[in-house]
Design a binder for this molecule. Structure first.
Ligand code: NAP
Length: 432
């Protein structure tokens, strides 16, 4: 028997558990620990609430969770309630699948002004993550600036732009829906420090911007490369540029503009008591594809700034960390003997949800190669005894099913659920 602890119940965690089941069959026990009482990590707290089809992948994780050799052990904070060293004593392998839930810092003068928010906080707020339920972003002004040209920036711009009716069928939490419903935003500027050819948005999601009820994407045709070069491009980028060209045809009169500002690098954020403007420097792209400042500057009005510039993995005491990369120090997933990292905690915040599947399978193979047989470690009963002694209120997958049922029962209209946004409310929803 191999005893494996996976820390984090997001996609990387569940794909690792699934891979360990396939690799070891009945000869494995996997405990998936999570600091929240609810599973699925980024699927619940990161994927946009109006992209329910993507969230459907959690049904696959549920199938893994409901097998006898995999357990969900929720409401346990590794590094606080139990250390990695203690887990290493109990389990043959410990796999850190803790994702990258912290914002990469925006290293700009004025970045600490009120009204400047990171995407982890903003996305966590509209998705009901307990860490961010109290965010109260300033939505009363007319000008939002979103920094970054990735899929998170795209999600954030779309969520800011949607009407209340367009959230029909989504699981956006009611406080965020109400706050966004009362927002007065008229311009959402997406700042890309590089150009249209370097955009990191998926074409399918980019195309959604043209379908919004009261908002329209706006692109300056002068920023776009000549169509003559399209034949040379890989198909995804060709599609992206096609969408951007359509967005450059001019405004049709919808009240909200989602303005793509390419070659625009933020250099400072200004305001007397709160954010009022972002100072932007025009860039050019050098031969290596990097953005080079031209010295030409202008101010973009901003009542709200949301930085969507990537994420970092929080440190855990005793685990080697790569500060420059913002993730655990590892060699293809190996951190120390019997200690592994997977998903964003291994490779940083890139790729789609599906990218974590091969990651999980690769780690299962490494565990098989590194830990050939039965070590006699105690596994589950040892964890239960330690957490019991410490009075930790562990949440099981059955408990989660009760929390889930309570959320579904509390849903508004055609929403799939109304999420609990506080840990006490989640814990209180258990019926036994
Ligand atoms: P990302 O794709 O890495 O994009 C980050 C963006 O921030 C880039 O445009 C980057 O520009 C810019 N940036 C970084 N530092 C900056 C700075 N100091 N100043 C100005 N701009 C800066 O990251 P993400 O959007 O956070 O997404 C994370 C991952 O989740 C990605 O793999 C993404 O595809 C995925 N995701 C997918 C979906 C979906 O499929 N629907 C939705 C959300 C997220 P440069 O390119 O110049 O570095």
């Amino acid at each position: 028997m191999r005893h494996i602890a996976v820390i984090g119940s997001g996609p990387a965690g569940y794909y690792t558990a699934e891979a360990c089941q396939k690799q070891f069959g009945d000869a494995v026990r996997v405990d998936i620990l999570d600091r929240l009482p609810v599973p699925f990590g980024l699927i619940r707290s990161g994927v946009a609430p109006d992209h329910q089809a993507i969230k459907g992948v959690s049904r696959r994780y549920e199938a893994v969770a409901l097998t006898d050799n995999v357990r969900f052990v929720g409401n346990v904070m590794v590094g606080v309630d139990i250390t990695v060293a203690e887990l290493m004593e109990l389990y043959d392998a410990v796999v850190l699948a803790t994702g990258a839930p912290s914002d990469r810092p925006l290293a700009l003068p004025g970045a600490d002004l009120p009204g400047v928010i990171g995407s982890a906080a903003f996305v966590g707020w509209y998705n009901g993550h307990p860490d961010h339920a109290g965010l109260a972003p300033p939505l009363g002004g007319t000008d939002a600036v979103v920094i970054g040209n990735g899929n998170v920036a795209l999600d954030v711009a779309r969520i800011l732009a949607k009407s209340r009716a367009e959230f029909s069928g989504s699981d956006i939490v009611s406080p965020a829906l109400d706050a966004l419903g009362g927002a007065g935003i008229r311009t959402i500027t997406l700042l890309g420090r590089r150009g249209p050819a370097q955009i990191a948005m998926t074409p399918k999601e980019l195309a959604e911007l043209a379908l919004l009820e009261r908002a329209e994407p706006v692109v300056d045709p002068a920023d776009l490369p000549s169509i003559a070069g399209d034949a040379e491009l890989e198909p995804g980028l060709r599609k992206t540029l096609g969408h951007l060209r359509r967005f450059s045809a001019g405004r049709s009169g919808k009240p909200i503009a989602i303005r793509f500002a390419f070659f625009s690098q933020p250099v400072a954020i200004e305001g007397s008591a709160r954010v009022e403007r972002v100072i932007v420097e025009r860039t050019r792209i050098d031969a290596s594809g990097a953005a080079i400042g031209t010295g030409e500057r202008h101010a973009v009005p901003a009542s709200l700034v949301i930085a969507c510039i990537g994420y970092r993995t929080p440190r855990i005491a005793g685990v080697p960390y790569d500060d420059a990369a913002g993730r655990f120090a590892n060699e293809e997933g190996r951190i120390l003997p019997r200690l592994y990292a997977v998903g964003w905690a291994r490779r940083g915040p890139s790729g789609t949800i599906g990218t974590n599947r091969p990651d999980g399978f690769a780690i299962a193979e490494k565990i098989a190669a590194d830990i050939p047989g039965d070590s006699g470690r105690v596994g589950r009963p040892g964890l239960d005894a330690l957490l019991g002694e410490r009075g930790i209120d562990v949440v099981t997958f059955r408990d989660w099913q009760q929390i889930d049922a309570a959320e579904v029962a509390a849903r508004r209209g055609d929403a799939p659920r109304e999420k609990f946004t506080s840990i006490p409310d989640m814990l209180g929803a258990r019926t036994l």
